[in-house]
Design a protein around this ligand. Sequence first.
Ligand code: ZN
Length: 108
Amino acid sequence: MAQPGGATLVARKMKKPRLTFKQEIQTIQNLPRLQRLIVALKVAGVLLVAIGLEGIVTGKYLLPIVFIPLGVFVSMLPIKVRVDRCLACAAPLAPNQAICPVCGAPQA
Ligand SMILES: [Zn+2]
């Protein structure tokens, strides 16, 4: 507790091992899967909003009330994922952290 800065530095050094070849392959394999998920969520969000708009057109006002906020929420989910999860290993990240402290992957 006397030197919190020093303790954090040691913890960070211990938490960041060099990437092995196997880990690098895993990182590359994980990336497209997460990007696919992000694209799928965005498409799902657009579809949900479209269902809501269809409700306005057809006069079913319950549909837009339910689906438009849901669609917006689903579209926002990938942004949340990007902010607090590593793209490669899904480890929690501090806000705006550019490099994952666990696996060292850059957060593009
Ligand atoms: Zn990571």
